[in-house]
Write a protein that binds this ligand. Structure first.
Ligand code: SAH
Ligand code: AVI
Length: 320
């Protein structure tokens, strides 16, 4: 286990979720090096429409968005991943000053930063390795910037519980300072069949991505999960407007995580991820509650994916 992985998810975080009546694991555990690669494969799977839809939206709308953002921006991107959308954004904006990717996936973050420095000569790239749900300290930039643009695509906002989403977006507004803008991408689909296909794809890549959490725990937290004895399941929770990813125990079994022992009944799930599908009205409210005034929205033809361009409602920046 490397230092970054140790820092990424503490034993307490793992054990507390597994001790709950409905067992759960933090979804950031999905993104070790193998998980990051599997997520990239998911983005290419036919059934997972989100990435394709968002790419098309960005390709069509980035010129208009870039004009609104203006030149010499500092771009902060929580959950930057492989940076495919990043490249589209950086290519469209006028003379970006600094790019700050924030991610828990150590190798991908470092590789991406190195590649971007080569692809965008003159761009200052300041990666931050860490958990964006915790306090973030931004690196000091050597370049002046006109404003900060927070880029948060991919519907990753849906992986937060609604209250946590509000807290997170408030923290981003505080971090980004006065005059900041936010470009957020989110899926509002509520079609059960389409969602079940997207989150339990026929190629089995999402199942592999989900099960990899157990392999990750075996490697980093001295766990003894037998991957053959769990199966991936996607569940549409209409009342909460969210897809849930579950790993279901195929039989009664016990598993060790370090010194702790956990008992599973046959059919008992571990919840590994929630993917909220906020309606446009619900997301507009979340943004407003969090100190972001919506400037423009751009929807895909199927009215599932949307880009939201918002401006920080505070003029002076927040201190918390
Ligand atoms: N922005 C990309 C990638 C989305 S995948 C896109 O739109 O395609 C989600 C990304 O967030 C992954 O790179 C993952 O490593 C990162 N991530 C997930 N939870 C995180 C956390 N708590 N802190 C920091 N990064 C996290
Ligand atoms: C990263 N996140 C926005 C993805 C999602 O759609 O919620 C993660 C994912 N889980 C299963 N497939 C993709």
């Amino acid at each position: 286990m490397n230092r970054a992985e140790m820092q990424a998810t503490s034993c307490d975080e793992v054990l507390s979720g597994l001790n709950e009546p409905i067992k759960s694991l933090p979804c950031k555990l999905l993104y070790d090096a193998a998980g990051a690669e599997l997520f990239e494969r998911i983005t290419e799977v036919e059934d997972y429409y989100l990435t394709r839809a968002e790419h098309a939206l960005l390709a069509a709308e980035l010129p208009a968005i870039a004009a609104l953002v203006g030149s010499h921006a500092r771009v902060i991107e929580p959950g930057s991943g492989a940076g495919v959308k990043t490249r589209m954004l950086l290519g469209a904006l006028d003379r970006v000053a600094t790019y700050v990717p924030i991610d828990v996936s150590a190798d991908q973050l470092a590789d991406n930063a190195t590649a971007l420095r080569g692809e965008f000569p003159g761009l200052e790239v300041l990666p931050v390795l860490g958990d964006y749900t915790q306090a973030i300290t931004l690196p000091v930039s050597a370049r002046p910037h006109e404003r900060t643009l927070v880029f948060f695509p991919g519907s990753t906002i849906g992986n937060f519980e609604p209250d946590a989403a509000r807290q997170f977006l408030k923290r981003l507004a505080a971090l980004a300072g006065p005059n900041a803008m936010l470009l957020l991408g989110a899926d509002a689909n509520a079609n059960r069949e389409e969602l079940l296909r997207a989150y339990d794809d026929s190629e089995g890549v999402t199942a592999e991505f989900d099960l990899n959490v157990l392999a990750h725990l075996n490697r980093t937290h001295a766990a003894t999960f037998d991957l053959e004895q769990f199966m991936h399941r996607a569940v549409w929770n209409a009342a909460r407007s969210r897809i849930e990813m579950h790993l279901v125990s195929k039989r009664a079994q016990t598993v060790k995580v370090g010194d702790a022992t956990f008992t599973f009944a046959r059919g008992e799930p571990i919840v590994t991820e929630h993917c909220y599908k906020h309606s446009p009205a619900a997301l507009a409210q979340i943004l407003t509650d969090s100190g972001w005034a919506v400037t423009r929205t751009f929807a895909d033809p199927a009215q599932r994916m949307r880009l939201w361009l918002a401006t920080s409602a505070t003029k002076r920046g927040w201190t918390t």
